[in-house]
Design a binder for this molecule. Structure first.
Ligand code: PEP
Ligand code: MN
Length: 335
């Protein structure tokens, strides 16, 4: 539930309410606005408890949060969360474009593609170092060496860098090299990992699980936020349906839904969402039109020779074309 304090309620009143909530076993999340204090209380809520709190001095009203997710919900926090990735803001109304190869395959190749996407206008650089491959015999990534290449490319180009974290045991290592930590689709419900990421002082990019409902996905964000890290960006990357022409079915309805239900920014990954490079640009455009805060696309200098996800990777030239179009569209939408 949310306890809305009266405008100009005394600090002492808010403190008393907080103490009482803690006595009753609630977890507190206090937000002190310019005009009033709002206290989010997570715990067992009953009618009697709500009524009791409504009678306390300084309390204007007590509002139940009906959704199973609390801290992520728009009811709990009205203003959109702007996530800071180094100096780049996600969710402030400007479109961010994350680009780079599925996997880092070597230093020189990665630096080359990093400069290419930067010159085309990308605002963040991606590159997988630990790859969650379906087959244990497929290329698994350059691991630690990949992380070092990634951070070097970030320093050289000035772009913030994002990479996937799969294992809670190496969070510190990955966080040392990346500006944004990606939870991959396959790990969306790795609750232990999510909890550990809640304790990290780096923003998190939370991909939707291939079979996750929207509610399950937001509950995964709730794990991270309730463990202490509110800097979460949602990423729609397609789900499994009966359709098998595309690799996944990109569910663009999640863009307005996530914005209605939560205060978190959302980006869209049309590369994994479709699995086909020819669909990446039109679906990126559709995602921007739906109101997303950013897109993430895979780019490789030579897709036919990529060690992973070549069929969905754009060449630098195709990426430049996409960039020009999405920029134009987002400009038109801003008016
Ligand atoms: C990726 O972004 O490289 C990736 C593996 O994506 P997903 O977890 O969405 O499959
Ligand atoms: Mn990939």
């Amino acid at each position: 539930m949310i306890i809305v304090m009266e405008r100009n309620a005394a600090q002492e009143d808010s403190r008393m309410v907080g103490e009482k909530l803690q006595e009753k076993g609630f977890q507190l999340h206090v937000s002190r606005g310019v005009e009033r204090t709002i206290i989010g209380a997570i715990g067992e809520r009953t009618e009697a408890i709500m009524e009791m709190f409504e009678t306390l001095p300084g309390v204007e009203k007590v509002v139940p949060i009906v959704q199973p997710f609390k801290l992520a919900s728009r009811e709990f926090k009205e203003e959109t969360t702007v996530v800071k990735v180094k100096d780049t803001l996600v969710g402030d109304g400007n479109l961010q474009v994350i680009a780079g190869p599925c996997a880092i395959e070597g230093r020189d190749k990665f630096l080359e593609v990093a400069w290419a996407v930067k010159e085309a206008g990308a605002t963040m650089l991606r590159g997988g170092a630990f790859k969650p491959r379906t087959s244990p015999y497929s290329f698994q990534g350059l691991e630690k060496e990949g992380l070092e290449i990634l951070s070097e490319a970030g320093r050289e180009t000035g772009l913030p860098v994002v990479t996937e974290i799969m294992d809670p045991r190496i969070i510190d290592l990955v966080a040392e090299h990346a500006d944004l930590l990606q939870v991959g689709a396959r790990n969306m419900q790795n609750f232990f990992l999510l909890r550990e990421l809640g304790k990290v002082n780096k923003p998190i990019l939370l991909k939707r699980g291939p079979s996750a409902t929207i509610e399950e996905w937001i509950m995964a964000a709730e794990y991270i936020i309730s463990s202490g890290n509110e800097q979460v960006i949602m990423c729609e990357r397609g789900i499994r349906t009966f359709e098998n022409y595309t690799r996944n079915t990109l569910d663009l309805s999640t863009v307005p839904i996530i914005k209605q239900l939560t205060h978190l920014p959302i980006i869209v990954d049309p590369s994994h969402g479709t699995g086909k490079w020819k669909l990446v640009e039109p679906m990126a455009m559709a995602a921007v039109a739906a109101g997303c805060d950013g897109v993430m696309v895979e780019v490789h200098q030579n897709p036919s020779e990529a060690l992973s996800d070549g069929p969905q990777s754009l060449t630098p030239d195709n990426f430049r074309t996409l960039m020009g179009k999405v920029k134009k569209l987002s400009g038109v939408l801003k008016g």
